[in-house]
Ligand binder design. Structure first.
Ligand SMILES: Nc1nc2c(ncn2[C@@H]2O[C@H](COP(=O)(O)OP(=O)(O)OP(=O)(O)O)[C@@H](O)[C@H]2O)c(=O)[nH]1
Length: 606
């Protein structure tokens, strides 16, 4: 039976490359979870292959450590804004955090965003200044920075080198001494938070839980309060990082359960698990259903790969209930899938996994957000509000009374020197500035800007633009703030008078022309010349707003004639003319696949 006063639950927060994974591995090594040999094989918490070898999957990122009679649960958190809700649930399962800062680099942008989230969860934060073995290390300077910029007392920051194993005992001791034990009542009715879940080929769906009150045991009948389902627990355990079964998990502990659940879609992050016979009076507060917010079409470059793509999507979904897909067909791209994601990075991850792990060549259509269309009644249908995920399904414009689009509030931290370009970027994307302040002092002062932005303007390439104009030094965070009316139109792209559905998009009327022009210009360079003239047009309804023309390729058929016979030359020219006419008649333009990808990669039009 676990003594709650001897439990410590913590996460590690760090800027990228400051040594989070190396430190985690060191802590596991020091407390006996792994041998030195296993450790030298690679980073435990980060490395997919190694994790698979041990029968645990990439998401199994919580490790239980034993140290001087204490039970330490180290919880890894996903690091990106798209998974903000998951991050927030993981943090809610801990009482403290190690803040790892590189002794040579100092506090960086991402550290700030992470640390503020941790502070919001009332975490006790233990600063660890890592990489003190480096010649360029300046632990004193970094200590000051932590105090000035973040406002944390860093006088007792632990000095460490995860790489060479310096200061590891001190880190463990600081966790025990400074992070408070969890609070909870073992005798109260069971209340456990569903922190994460993933599919394991051997165990089925594995659920990571934090027990708040009560006890979880094998053979117990439990109820998922939000989902309204009941399940019989067949395994209870923890990761050390190898899987270990336990008799129970009690108040304050973090561990996993399995209950013969087939799909992660049945488990929702943030749900409350309680005892079916003796339920808790109320679920834990703050449950939020995650909904995909960005949609796009995924099409196989080779039509023969359609089934393979379907199978791969099914496999990925086994482990990620937050993305959705349904079949879609496009005149230009053939059969594919309309997929929904939590955000752009989520989209990129899935796309990358399909390409890399499943060896698929894909075309992705322009990402779209979910619009709310207010429609007037028509002969056959009543007035109604519909949600639109795909510009291709745009209803008859005559019936559209109003379109609402989702808005977000974005917070950006940036070194002062990049502030100008960032403000311009936000302004160009219809942003409304809400706040501008400074955090920290001296050389490391950073600006904190808050903007309200239409999500539609962010899904294209906002994040990439932000990264490039700030050389990666800005950190960006957002949350949705509801829908607002927008002056939005569907822009179609016509190639040789034919609309190309895969290139159509919904855009703000004010930016439609610039966007349309940009698209036509890019397509002009991307579509090879044909035997006939090809107009490329951007249009709103019947009105053309931009146009480019690809001139015809004049095939020099007479070259073969050695300049001699004039009649023959004339005949050939006539034949060529006819051929041209036939081609035009069919309107058959071949657009290379790369053209779609490149055309949709929005450059900055302004
Ligand atoms: N010299 C030195 N290098 C270190 C130390 N700790 C980590 N590193 C190196 O720093 C690099 C980044 O370390 P990681 O542990 O992967 O950093 P991370 O924060 O997990 O990075 P991400 O996983 O990319 O977020 C690696 O090359 C490590 O070997 C240290 O104490 N001293």
């Amino acid at each position: 039976m676990a003594d709650i006063s001897k439990i410590r639950n913590f996460s590690i927060i760090a800027h990228i490359d400051h040594g989070k994974s190396t430190l985690a591995d060191r802590l596991i090594l020091r407390t006996g979870g792994l041998s030195e040999r296993e450790m030298t094989h690679g980073q435990v918490l980060d490395n997919m292959e190694i994790e698979q070898e041990r029968g645990i999957t990439i998401k199994a990122q919580t490790v239980r450590l034993e140290w001087n009679g204490y039970e330490l649960n180290l919880m890894d958190t996903p690091g990106h804004v798209d998974f903000a809700y998951e991050v927030s649930r993981s943090l809610a399962a801990c009482e403290g955090a190690l803040l790892v800062v590189d002794a040579a680099q100092g506090v960086e942008a991402q550290t700030l965003a992470n640390v503020y989230q941790s502070i919001e969860h009332d975490h006790e934060i233990v600063p660890v200044i890592n990489k003190i073995d480096l010649p360029a290390a300046d632990p004193e300077g970094v200590r000051q920075e932590i105090e000035e910029i973040i406002g944390l007392d860093a006088s007792e920051a632990v000095l460490a080198s995860a790489k060479s194993g310096i200061g590891i005992d001190e880190v463990l001791q600081a966790i025990v001494d400074r992070i408070p034990p969890p609070k909870g009542d073992r005798d109260a009715p069971l209340k456990a938070m569903l922190v994460d879940s993933w599919y394991d080929p051997y165990l089925g769906v594995v659920i990571l839980v934090r027990v708040i009150d009560g006890v979880l045991k094998k053979g117990q009948q439990v109820k998922f309060m939000q989902a309204g389902t009941t399940h019989l627990i067949d395994r209870v355990g923890c990761m050390r990082p190898k899987i270990e079964q336990l008799p129970e998990l009690s108040a304050g502990e973090i561990g996993f359960i399995t209950a013969q659940i087939k799909e992660v879609a049945e488990t929702r992050v943030g749900d409350t698990i309680t005892d079916a016979k003796r339920p808790a009076p109320a679920p834990l507060p703050g449950f939020k259903e995650v909904q995909p917010v960005v949609f796009c079409g995924l099409f196989p470059v080779d039509a023969a790969d359609f089934e393979k793509l379907r199978e791969s999507l099914y496999k990925l979904r086994l482990n990620d209930a937050s993305f959705s897909f349904e079949t879609e067909s496009s005149a230009a791209l053939g059969f594919g899938f309309r997929c929904g994601f939590l955000g752009l990075l989520h989209l990129e991850i899935i796309q990358e996994r399909l390409t890399r792990e499943y060896d698929l060549d894909l075309i992705t259509t322009a990402p779209s957000v979910v619009y709310r269309m207010h429609l007037t009644h028509s002969k056959n249908e009543p007035a109604q509000v519909i949600e639109l995920h795909n510009p291709a399904d745009m209803p008859d414009p005559n019936r559209i009374e109003m379109i609402e689009e989702p808005w977000i509030e974005a917070t950006i931290y940036t070194p002062d020197e990049y502030l100008g370009p960032i403000l311009k970027l936000c302004q160009d994307r219809r942003g409304i500035q809400k706040n501008l302040t400074y955090v920290g002092t001296g050389a490391h002062q950073r600006a904190q800007v808050t903007y309200e932005l239409p999500l539609n303007e962010v899904v294209f390439d906002f994040y990439d633009r932000l990264k490039s104009i700030t050389r990666g030094y800005a950190s960006f965070d957002y949350h949705q703030i509801g829908h607002r009316e927008g002056d939005l139109v569907k822009m179609s792209i016509l190639v040789n008078e034919e609309p190309v559905d895969a290139l159509s998009m919904i855009t703000h009327r004010g930016t439609a022309e610039a966007r349309g022009r940009g698209m036509c210009e890019r397509l002009k360079d991307l579509i090879p010349r044909h035997m006939f003239k090809i107009p490329i047009q951007a249009a709103i309804g019947g009105k053309v707003i931009a146009r480019e023309t690809i001139s015809a390729l004049r095939k020099d058929v007479t070259a073969k004639c050695y300049g001699g016979d004039a009649t023959r030359k004339r005949k050939l020219l006539e034949k060529q003319k006819k051929g041209k006419a036939r081609m035009r008649e069919y309107g058959n333009v071949s657009i290379p696949q790369e053209a779609f990808i490149a055309a949709l990669r929005m450059g900055d039009e302004s």
